[in-house]
Structure formats: C-alpha cells, structure tokens
Design a protein around this ligand. Structure first.
Ligand code: PGA
Length: 253
C-alpha cells in the first residue's frame, strides 16, 4: 500500500499576520507546491489562530491547520476556539495534543480524545501528537507511554472516522533541542504505533494512516526519516517558519 507523504509546519507562537502574508505570497510565487506535488508530498501549515484566515485565503496548494481546538461547540471556555469556528473560515485540520500543550497546559490523553472526536464528527482531520519525555526515554518506557497515549487518545472512534486521523510521533526530548531521534528510533516507534492502530481499528486503517516523525527535523536530516517504511512525513517546527527552509525541506525529501 503506498501512502502519500505529508510535510506539515507547526509555527507555534511564531509569525505575525504580516509575516504570514509574506510567507503565502512567496510560496505562491515559487515552484514549492508543484515540486511537492511531483514528489507525492502533501503540504500543510499550522499558524496561530490569528493568522489562520489570512493564510487560508492567501496560500494556494497548502492545507491550513489549527494548532488546537476545543471539544465543545461553544460556551464559557475563555481563549478557546471550536471546530465549527475553524470550519467557518475553511480550516478543516487541527493538531491535537502537542507536547507543549501537554507540558505547559496539562493537556491529557483524555482531553485529546474529546477534541479528536469533535474534529472527526465534523469530518475534519486530527493530527494527534504523541511522544515520551526525556525521563521516560531514559527509563526505557517509551513504548508503554506511546501505547497509553494512542489507546486513550483514539478510544471510541469508528474505523470510518479513523481515516481522518494522522499521528505524529514527537519525542519530547527532540523538540526544538536540535537532538533529533535517529531514523532507527523513528521507524521503530512509528511501526509500533501502526501496530497499535491495527489492534484498535483494523489492518486497512493501519495501512492507510499517515504517521509522521517530528522533533528537530531540518533540511539536512529530513531525507533519513522519509525513507523509513513507516514514517510518512514530518511535523516541523523551527525549520518551517521561513519559506527558504520550508522549500529546502521539500527539496531534500
Ligand atoms: P521542532 O518542533 O522542529 O522545532 O523541533 C517540532 C514540533 O514541535 O512539532
């Protein structure tokens, strides 16, 4: 089964609306989207909430994703944005469970599950992030952590809805640190995630699901990951912020 590749930029709290518009026009003027297409690579970018609409309206050939969403339709949830609000501006994707949300805002597997189900109910894509901390890695319990994150995060979801899930394996110790995991680790864990997905859903869902690696992915190392059989792409922070390095990532896939 041949899966497409996905290169997804997670801008975190970077790039103003003005910088987002400049990024969009540089992408539109370049051959970036065409180059990606010719390699079978889908492109997506997750800017801040503030820049979502500007990016959505101005960039061509790139999916636009939120970095989070709320599970409720509306209500007294200060600072949150619902799936319907995202859909209203044409945004049908959201990252869920990024380790920075888990670390700084106590996001749990359980709340991730509620958010993922809200997205799937609205036929949107959920990019679910999982990954162990440095301490867990050193204790050798990576697979236990991944098992519970995937199992709880993806509970009570039908096989049909599961087709809208993408998983990103991002070891916390590799995010923004320059200490990227080896391609052997990425392959081992992405393959393990696929086996869990098969147990939760079925073989077809598992073989179709895109599973990404993320954590200090750069133009110099992206190729190593994308040649692993179970790694279907990359979730990239720092190296996705500027068109030049985003382009270099595509070139080096
Ligand atoms: P990084 O971030 O590429 O800057 O390490 C990755 C991520 O957090 O998704």
């Amino acid at each position: 089964m041949s899966r497409k590749k996905l290169l997804m930029g997670n801008w975190k709290m970077n790039n103003t609306v003005e910088e987002t518009l400049q990024f969009a026009s540089k992408v539109n003027e370049s051959s970036l989207v065409k180059d990606a297409e010719s390699k079978g690579v889908i492109l997506a970018i997750a800017p801040t909430y503030l820049s979502l609409q500007a990016l959505k309206q101005n960039i061509k050939g790139v999916y636009v994703s939120a970095q989070d969403c709320h599970y409720a339709k509306s209500g007294a949830y200060t600072s949150s944005v619902s799936v319907d609000m995202l859909k209203e501006i044409g945004v049908n994707w959201s990252i869920i469970g990024h380790s920075e949300k888990r670390q700084y805002e106590a996001e749990s597997d359980f709340s991730c599950n509620r958010k993922i189900r809200a997205l799937l109910k609205a036929s949107c894509k959920a990019v679910y992030c999982v990954g162990e901390s440095l301490k867990e890695y050193e204790e050798g319990i990576t697979k236990d952590i991944i098992l519970s994150q995937v199992t709880v995060g993806l509970q009570n979801i039908s096989c049909e809805d599961a087709k809208n899930i993408i998983i990103a394996y991002e070891p916390v110790w590799s995010i923004g640190t320059g200490k990227n995991a080896s391609s052997e680790i990425a392959q081992d864990i992405c393959c393990y995630i696929r086996s869990i997905v098969e147990k939760i859903f079925n073989k077809e869902v598992a073989s179709e699901m895109l599973i990404l690696y993320g954590g200090s992915v750069k133009p110099e190392n992206i190729h190593n990951y994308l040649t692993c059989p179970d790694v279907d792409g990359a979730l990239v922070g720092g190296a996705s912020l500027k068109v030049e390095s985003f382009k270099a990532l595509v070139e080096n896939i």
